[in-house]
Design a protein around this ligand. Structure first.
Ligand code: CA
Length: 322
């Protein structure tokens, strides 16, 4: 009998462990409440008690990494009024044409739609109020590590290397620059609280094989129509594609709509030992047919059993994490 009890106890322990707590990643900081990718948005997300805070990374003219979502800077800053002469022929402004010193002069605002000049999310932080700046990656890390010290916590970072192919064309090696900073700040360790993400498979493979990165890697999966990179994202959403990802990464970052269309992806990923961290939970832009955060998390955490979520409103995601 005691063997049966032992077996039952073990089964219960294993099932608890496999269910586990969900990972909450503050998407671009507390971007539902403050302009994305500012130190203020990162500090606010930190105070929520999230697991990870996400900085997206792009490279400046003088080879600094800065925290920005796009290689363009015209949707979130006042660059057009400050540096009109730096506009490229395609009508856009690129971070890579600016030094860190120049980027620091820009005001960061809530994301605008360039065609309508209106905020993308109308109820979020108002335009042209208060004062926000573009942080360097080092400033971002020093904020999180500083708070970890002063608050006695270990909140992680979840950096994304943006557009490696674009950067290569501009003569910038974003993987090398990112790895160098991560190593300097102690993140190239199995014990460090970090995931590193990218849409472009060759960059993740380089981190693993060329740089011998010890931190876990997440393959983001885009929609082909976004022209995110030259990778085949349709293939990544098949069972064979997910098996291939498992040869160089530790998890996938699918778009929530991809999981709604193909719920089996989560099972395939788990079968190959991959984590599933989906993007994005937005309380003010829930997927069609979902009216509340509760419905969203009952579906993604409950029914689909994904492992984590990128959220603009991470404080509203946290109650569903356990
Ligand atoms: Ca991102």
């Amino acid at each position: 009998m005691s063997k049966v009890y032992l077996l039952l106890t073990l089964m219960i322990l294993v099932s608890c462990a496999s269910r586990g707590a969900k990972t909450i990643i503050a998407h671009r900081g507390a971007s539902g409440y403050l302009p994305e990718h500012t130190l203020e948005a990162a500090a606010m997300a930190y105070s929520f008690g999230v697991d990870f805070i996400e900085p997206d990374l792009v490279v400046t003219k003088d080879n600094h990494l800065v925290v920005l979502h796009d290689v363009h800077i015209d949707s979130t800053t006042n660059v057009a009024s400050l540096f009109p002469e730096k506009k490229r022929k395609d009508g856009r402004f690129y971070a890579v044409d600016f030094t860190l010193f120049e980027l620091k002069q820009l005001r960061v605002n809530e994301r605008t739609n360039l065609k309508t000049q209106q905020s993308v999310f109308s109820k979020r932080f108002p335009q042209d109020k208060s004062s926000f700046r573009i942080p360097s990656f080092q400033e971002f890390i020093e904020l999180i590590q500083g708070l970890n010290q002063s608050m006695g916590k270990d909140i992680g970072i979840y950096p994304e290397m943006k557009s490696p192919e674009f950067h290569a064309k501009e003569g910038k090696d974003i993987a090398k620059l990112t790895f160098k900073i991560l190593e300097k700040y102690g993140y190239n360790s199995e014990k460090a609280n970090i995931y590193v993400q990218c849409f472009y498979p060759p960059t993740l493979k380089r981190l693993k094989n060329e740089f011998k990165a010890k931190f876990p890697l997440i393959q983001l999966i885009a929609e082909q129509s976004w022209n995110e990179s030259s990778a085949n994202y349709q293939q990544m959403q098949t069972k064979a594609g997910i098996k291939e990802i498992a040869s160089y990464a530790d998890g996938i970052g699918p778009y929530v709509q991809q999981l709604i269309k193909n719920e089996e992806m989560v099972k395939w990923a788990h079968a190959y030992g991959l984590k599933v961290h989906a993007y994005t939970h937005r309380s003010d832009a829930l997927p069609e047919g979902m009216k509340t955060d509760k419905e969203f998390f009952q579906y993604f955490f409950g029914k689909l059993n994904i492992d984590g979520i990128f959220s603009d409103f991470s404080d509203r995601a946290l109650p569903y994490a356990n």
